[in-house]
Design a binder for this molecule. Structure first.
Ligand code: SF4
Length: 432
């Protein structure tokens, strides 16, 4: 037993055992030598995990340098160790403040790939499959300005493998689950739909277009939209897989949205997705066919060189798609719940998404408000000539930020939801 049950448990937990062996040995030695509190050991374990993700020298190396800087002493005492912990922590904080530094194209570290992914779901209804129902957006909150999106989980889990994604904390085991009887489930669901216009998305538990029309997925969903014109159906994707849509008739109440980011972020953090040019071309093909499209700039990431890169993306977008074809642009940043942070650390795959200063709001960790203001303000400025025609919103943000960035806000989430649906329905009506 090393230094009490708490410390022992910490040295056996899944995050600890995921660390490189050199870091594990160092932490074990420190725990055995004493003079570190449980809290300090926990901090060092978390920092060791982050340094590994960022490709930085590890905690053992920084610790040795910190003690050396404090002067020669054969056995460091409590005060020296406290100061060494602080020095390691300061290095971590400086790196977080600096933000990610993405190398030139082609230099994204390989790391371990997720998967192998299996397409699950058989012809038989598995016993654990629950009835198909509309659910609230899994990350929505009453404490933030939220749009009331309803989710329809036709597929569960995703293979895009984005390093910041919340889905990785919901599903494990690399298995993609398809509804076994989607067509029948949708017909049953439509008998229970609440009145009024409904905004329903299929892209919260998976990527809407990644699987194409596997098992008639898109056919069933598009038929559902066609039978229910008061539904605004949103397919959200990071792929360019629009051929299965272009091969068939598309109801006007479908909006296909593309999540966009800069080439640097896509290459380093969204490794199994289409590149920016492919996504924009796919959006443009749909728009030319008369399909409404939209764009999610989510997450905007403050990395070294972000301003120029994001400005270029907005300009590229405006060169490919006209505002008349575009229903929405949403803006959001990196926001984490603690289980996702732990999962990213345990996976140990190179990523810089945790290299950010964060503050906790409404149980989630995200950039401080001034950083968000900077990110959103740039986007708002770039969208200047689109604002009249396109519904632009902040996804899951503090209402105060709406005021600071847009100069106005909705009084509550209900008003936001209604304003969004009105804007989408007006766009859809113009397509009819
Ligand atoms: S604003 Fe974003 S997080 Fe909130 S409900 Fe809508 S899609 Fe979900």
């Amino acid at each position: 037993m090393i230094g009490g049950e708490g410390k022992q448990a910490l040295l056996e937990d899944s995050l600890f055992v995921s660390l490189p062996s050199g870091e594990q040995n160092f932490l074990r030695e420190q725990a055995a030598a004493g003079r570190l509190t449980f809290q300090e050991l926990r901090i060092l374990r978390d920092l060791a995990a982050d340094f590994r993700l960022w490709g930085e020298p590890g905690v053992a190396e920084l610790w040795a340098a910190a003690l050396q800087a404090l002067g020669p002493r054969s056995l460091p005492g409590r005060e020296e160790k406290r100061r060494a912990v602080r020095a390691v922590q300061e290095r971590w904080e400086r790196l977080k403040e600096e933000g990610p530094r993405y190398g030139p194209s082609g230099e994204a570290p390989e790391g371990e790939a997720a998967g192998p992914w299996e397409k699950g779901g058989g012809t038989e209804k598995p016993p654990e499959e629950s009835p198909l129902a509309l659910g609230p957006c899994p990350v929505a909150s009453e404490k933030t300005r939220c749009c009331g999106l309803l989710t329809l989980d036709a597929v569960s889990s995703c293979a895009c493998d984005c390093s910041y994604c919340t889905i990785q904390s919901f599903y494990h085991g690399g298995r993609i689950a398809f509804r076994s009887c989607l067509e029948a489930d949708l017909r049953a669901l439509e008998k229970t739909l609440p009145p009024g216009p409904l905004h329903i998305g299929t892209g919260q538990s998976s990527d809407s277009l990644l699987w194409g029309n596997h098992r008639g997925l898109l056919d069933s969903l598009l038929d559902f939209a066609a039978r229910n014109p008061r539904v605004i159906l949103e397919f959200k994707t990071k792929t360019a897989n629009v051929d299965p849509l272009l091969n068939r008739e598309i109801p006007p109440n479908l909006i296909v949205t593309f999540t966009l980011n800069t080439p640097a972020v896509i290459e380093h953090e969204e490794r199994r997705t289409a590149d920016l040019g492919e996504r924009l071309k796919a959006a443009s093909r749909l728009a030319r066919r008369g399909v409404l499209v939209g764009f999610h700039f989510h997450p905007l990431i403050r990395y070294q060189g972000w301003e120029g890169d994001y400005r270029a993306v907005f300009r590229q977008l405006k060169g490919e798609v006209s505002p008349a074809s575009c229903a929405l642009v949403s803006l959001g940043t990196l926001t984490f719940i603690r289980p996702v942070i732990r999962r990213i650390r345990e996976r140990g795959r190179p990523t810089q998404v945790l290299k950010m200063p964060w503050t906790e709001t409404a149980g989630k960790l995200s950039y401080p408000r001034e950083v968000k203001r900077e990110l959103f303000s740039l986007a708002w400025e770039e969208l200047g000539d689109w604002r009249e025609e396109v519904f632009v919103y902040l996804c899951m943000e503090d209402p105060a930020l709406w005021q600071e960035v847009f100069g106005w806000d909705y009084p509550d989430n209900r008003a936001f939801e209604e304003g969004m649906k009105r804007a989408y329905l007006a766009k859809i009506a113009r397509r009819l």
